[in-house]
Ligand binder design. Structure first.
Ligand code: DOR
Ligand code: ZN
Length: 345
């Protein structure tokens, strides 16, 4: 029985850090385990320009806990008015590692996102030329499309046409939640990657809706049926290089989650690695954990892997806080619903 595992230090290829007090409160949960993270740009005033990305990066670095070594990998928020030259310059200078596409209205702070995908074609063509990856929130927003079908419909109606129209564009399907997305990803060439969150490996839609509504399990894309969770588990633990970890750890205060119209997001940064080690072990795939958390992401982004390591041990139930305090109130940590027994030493 394996009771200890040492892996390259992980990276998080999709993370929400927010800003101000919230940033300072949640950042240590990520920096204690992760070396780098792709930082989502959906602030209340989104990070659209390179100047805004520089300023946001500086605020993140200023909020780092004492002694932490952590590199925020910045992204720009794509709008229909995004300037291809500004984006190309931000890439050339090393400032940004990706551009984020939010369909307008798909999720938190996505109102400035894209409604007419043809209007961003020139930017996407430029990105394909310069090798800058596009991170995609893959859901349509049409009111007549059932929310549980929005990812699958997006693949057919938006993602596949964009990829066909923009050969060579490197695309990350973010936080995939369906077997449809897994199957689509597996059928593509190596310009396509996909991130999978921790929580979508654990919960299905019953966790949100059966036996009372559980707002802390509500996120976007919303968790789907069990067959989809099992497809995600299979993909994540498979060792296939196109699948890698993007936690989508998305803190909201309890006050903003527990509302008649509550916010979407699961805050998984504090216990993600314990949950993942247990999931991979349960599936008999512990040997593939390092690929998912630490190797496949850098390979897709063309970055070096981390040189340092972390060690996890299996033992007494893992302790982690039930919530993190912020000046605006508590943020509840994702509860997988069972005891965890792997801990980072
Ligand atoms: O659950 C989510 N929360 N999904 C997203 O796409 C955005 C995120 C957030 O920013 O809260
Ligand atoms: Zn996200």
């Amino acid at each position: 029985m394996t009771s200890s595992i040492t892996i390259r230090r992980p990276d998080d290829w999709h993370l929400h850090l927010r800003d101000g007090d919230m940033l300072r409160a949640v950042l240590p949960a990520t920096t204690q385990h992760f070396a780098r993270a792709i930082i989502m740009p959906n602030l209340v005033s989104p990070v659209v320009t390179s100047a805004q990305a520089v300023a946001y990066r500086d605020r993140i670095l200023a909020a780092l806990p004492e002694g932490a070594t952590f590199e925020p990998l910045m992204t720009l928020y794509l709008t229909e008015a995004s300037d291809p030259n500004d984006i190309a310059a931000a890439h050339a200078s090393g400032l940004i590692k990706a551009v984020k596409l939010y369909p307008a209205g798909a999720t938190t702070n996505s109102a400035s996102g894209v409604s007419h995908f043809d209007r961003v074609a020139p930017v996407l063509e430029r990105m394909a030329e310069i090798g800058l990856p596009l991170c995609v929130h893959g859901e349509v927003t049409d009111h007549d499309i059932d929310i549980f079908d929005r990812e699958a419909v997006f693949i057919d109606r938006v993602l596949d046409p964009i990829r066909r129209a923009t050969p060579g564009l490197r695309v990350i399907m973010e936080h995939i939640t369906t077997k449809n997305a897994v199957d689509y990803a597996r059928a593509q060439d190596d310009t396509l990657g996909a991130t999978i969150t921790t929580h979508h490996l654990v919960i299905n839609r019953n966790h949100i809706l059966a036996g009372g509504i559980k707002p802390h399990y509500y996120c976007l894309p919303v968790a789907k049926r069990e067959e989809h969770r099992l497809a995600l588990r299979d993909a994540a633990t498979s060792g296939e290089a196109r699948f890698f970890l993007g936690t989508d750890s998305a803190p909201h205060t309890d006050a903003n989650k527990l509302l008649p119209c509550g916010c979407a997001g699961c805050f998984t940064a504090p216990n993600t690695l314990s949950i993942l080690a247990q999931a991979f072990e349960d599936d008999g795939k512990l040997e593939n954990l390092e690929g998912f958390t630490s190797l496949h992401g850098p390979a897709f982004y063309g970055l070096p892997v981390n040189t340092d390591t972390i060690t996890m041990i299996k033992g007494a139930p893992t302790t982690y806080p039930s919530h993190i305090d912020t000046p605006d109130g508590p943020v509840t940590v994702f509860d997988p619903g069972y005891d965890l027994n792997w801990s980072v030493t």
